[in-house]
Write a protein that binds this ligand. Structure first.
Ligand code: FAD
Ligand code: DHB
Length: 403
């Protein structure tokens, strides 16, 4: 069966779904092709922190009802080291900006609901997805659905299929420059049925390694622990996890996370990765398909959203004005933000984790870094403005949205 559309979107994660919605609002036709099931995509536990700009974008796109109902506005974070927590106040340092904690699962669920309401096509469990004719004006996406071969002919393909997707590897060898850093540790993450014991997130550097306190709702705590990158989750009983969490997080004033039943646990490796340019012919990469940040700066999902704003505007420019100008600018505009987020995520990661090859000097330097950070208004302002998100590359109006 052959379908014809304007933009074929590969991947129904945050990037693909947000793009589909933004195109819909601009009257641009799209087909979204996802290889996993709807349940799998929604249940995958991942990010939780939305920048102010991501929240504003979702509001402007009319997909923020859930976020406004259940999202938790946070006006700061704690940085904890040497047994003491230090608060960094975002609105005070950024002219009123904040972040919102709202699970990526919920974001994806809300975006799928919005997509289904538009009646535009979204295929789950598509098999053997492939892209072709990328350097022509009529690229194609092939896949099998319900046992039948499908072909989508389109003007553009948006590669929103994440780090392990097929779009980036479909670009001929030698076209992309790859920048990569692999960290010698990973994160063990859990969800627990326990009321959050702190209003704000707590990033901890402890002698035994990094730990992070976060949450999902007034009844659910989300916690992370630095572990070796190849650690098997089977090595960690629930008791061992709580023991280690408490050892790293408990502060001298007695603060610690509440304990509860662990309902989900997994280990994630950490890397920094950029593929440039984020385009080949009529294929445009967005989100994790083009770049990965280590999660310490909470930037991954937010970068996916900012790529989509720039790509949506560029496609609007093409269909509205017949101009390739904004599409030609897409990669450079995105990469400026991507590299700043890479630098921030690398800095947060290397300042808060213990490396197997570090020296005593390195550790003292980390402590000094955190001491300076939490005692200098200038340093706190720098962290705050990056954490809540740097200004958008393009205006909402230029992407067809009301601010
Ligand atoms: P994905 O979410 O990976 O979506 C890609 C989609 O494409 C998936 O649905 C996938 O199934 C589909 N796909 C893959 N291959 C194919 C194929 N061949 N055909 C069709 N479809 C395909 N980011 C933040 O901003 N804040 C945080 O607090 C944060 N915390 C994190 C914590 C953890 C533990 C992890 C793992 C990540 C975290 N991130 C965070 C990063 C964030 O989750 C990702 O950056 C985000 O999911 C990127 O969205 P995406 O749509 O680009 O990619
Ligand atoms: C969460 C994840 C992050 O990567 C982070 O830096 C902060 C919070 C979370 O899942 O809540």
């Amino acid at each position: 069966m052959t379908h014809r559309t304007q933009v074929a979107i590969v991947g129904a994660g945050p990037a693909g779904l947000l793009l589909g919605q933004l195109l819909h609002l601009n009257g641009i036709d799209s087909v979204i092709v996802e290889n996993r099931s709807r349940e799998y995509v929604i249940d995958r536990v991942r990010a939780g922190v939305l920048e102010q700009g991501t929240v504003d974008l979702m509001k402007a796109m009319g997909v923020s009802a859930g976020l406004e109902r259940a999202g938790l506005r946070h006006e700061g974070v704690y940085i904890s080291f040497l047994g003491q927590r230090h608060h960094i106040n975002f609105p005070e340092l950024t002219g009123g900006k904040a972040i919102t904690v709202y699970g990526q699962n919920e974001v994806v669920r809300d975006l799928i609901d919005a997509r289904l309401e538009t009646s535009r096509p979204l295929y789950f469990e598509a098999e053997d997805v492939s892209v072709g004719d990328l350097d022509s004006t009529t690229p194609t996406v092939h896949f099998r659905y319900d046992g039948a071969e499908q072909e989508v002919r389109c003007d553009f393909i948006a590669g929103c299929d994440g780090f392990h997707g097929i779009c980036r590897p479909s670009i001929p060898a030698g076209v992309l420059a790859i920048y990569e850093r692999i960290y010698p540790f990973g994160w063990l993450g859990i969800l627990a049925e326990a009321a959050p014991s702190s209003e704000e997130l707590v990033y901890t550097l402890h002698e035994r390694g990094f730990a992070l306190f976060s949450m999902r709702s007034p009844k659910v705590t989300r916690l992370y622990l630095q572990v070796p990158p190849d650690e098997s989750i089977d090595n960690w009983s629930d008791d061992a996890i709580w023991d280690e969490m408490l050892r790293r997080m408990t502060t001298r004033d007695g603060w610690k996370p509440n304990i509860g039943r662990i309902t989900q646990k997994s280990v994630t490796p950490m890397r920094s990765f950029v593929a440039a340019p984020m385009r080949y012919g009529r294929l445009f990469l967005a989100g994790d398909a083009a770049h990965i940040v280590p999660p310490t700066g909470a930037k991954g999902l937010n970068l996916a959203a900012s790529d989509v704003l720039v790509l949506g505007r560029a496609l609007k420019g093409f269909y509205g004005r017949g101009s390739m100008e904004w599409l030609d600018e897409y990669s450079d505009l995105c990469l400026r933000r991507v590299w700043k987020a890479q630098r921030f995520s690398w800095w947060m990661t290397s300042t808060l984790h213990r490396s197997p090859d570090e020296t005593a000097f390195d550790h003292q330097r980390q402590i000094a870094d955190l001491d300076y950070l939490t005692s200098s208004r200038a340093a706190m302002t720098s962290l705050a403005e990056q954490y809540v998100g740097l200004p958008a590359e393009v205006s909402f109006e230029s992407a067809g949205l009301k601010a």
